[in-house]
Design a protein around this ligand. Structure first.
Ligand code: MN
Length: 240
């Protein structure tokens, strides 16, 4: 039996009630990876470039998770919009890991913030707040009181795209827990799914063994076969 692939999973930094900083990952990312046949490996923050390279060398795949907003300076924008949980150290860590994955052909899956990080790593930009900057947008921010598996809007997947093949459908209902979105798509990426208002909900990096990003949270929708299939395809690519 071949060795199970090791999937690096990026975390977020959280200050608890006692003021102590913690490095955390929502468990559903880890169970989604495990269920798909991978071994999740938590990647810390606060490591220097050499230490991160050392961890990267252990990985068969990279899962970039959801979380707070990127610092808009990372894509050259100043904004008056209200930002959420900006952590420049997390930006630095994830941009370095992303660039390594892009350069080396390491399979990656970007979720929500991770979808945005890959776009920024490749030279794209973001709407810093959809409701401020995107006229006639649907509601995309179902945070807080809403259950994380709330199906907020549909997504149309490009027919015959790799995502449509993997998920076995060209239309799917998704959760939506984001107030930012891709503005300028990086030239290397192809948009493969859209919300009804035109917001880019998925991209693929062609010519890469597995480079897919989604704006929704498939790890919270594991009750649905297409969402399990997405993690399965990612882990299978990491196995190769
Ligand atoms: Mn959405």
């Amino acid at each position: 039996m071949s060795k199970k692939p090791v999937i690096g999973v990026t975390p977020h930094r959280h200050k608890n009630e006692a003021g102590r900083l913690q490095i955390l990952i929502a468990e559903d990312y880890l169970t989604a990876v495990t269920r798909a046949g991978g071994i999740p490996l938590m990647i810390p923050l606060g490591l220097d470039e050499e230490q991160l390279d050392g961890i990267f060398s252990l990985l068969d795949g990279l899962l970039l998770t959801g979380g707070g907003d990127m610092d808009p300076q990372s894509y050259g924008v100043q904004t008056q919009s209200q930002l959420i949980f900006v952590d420049p150290d997390r930006d630095r860590v994830e941009l370095q890991l992303s660039r390594k994955a892009l350069d080396t052909g390491l399979p990656f899956l970007g979720v929500c913030r991770g979808h945005q990080v890959i776009n920024v790593a490749l030279g794209g930009t973001l709407y810093t707040d959809i409701s401020d900057e995107y006229p006639d947008a649907l509601q995309h921010q179902f945070a807080g009181e809403w259950p994380r598996d709330h199906l907020a809007h549909s997504v149309r997947i490009e027919p015959k795209s790799r995502l449509a093949q993997i998920m076995g459908t060209e239309q799917v209902d998704v959760n939506s827990i984001h107030h930012q979105a891709i503005r300028k798509l990086a030239s290397a990426l192809i948009e493969t799914a859209h919300a009804p208002d035109g917001i880019i909900e998925s991209t693929i990096l062609p010519e890469h063994p597995f480079g897919i990003t989604v704006q929704w949270h498939p790890e919270c929708l594991q009750a649905y076969q297409p969402m399990r299939a997405l993690f399965r395809a990612f882990v299978d690519a990491a196995q190769k």
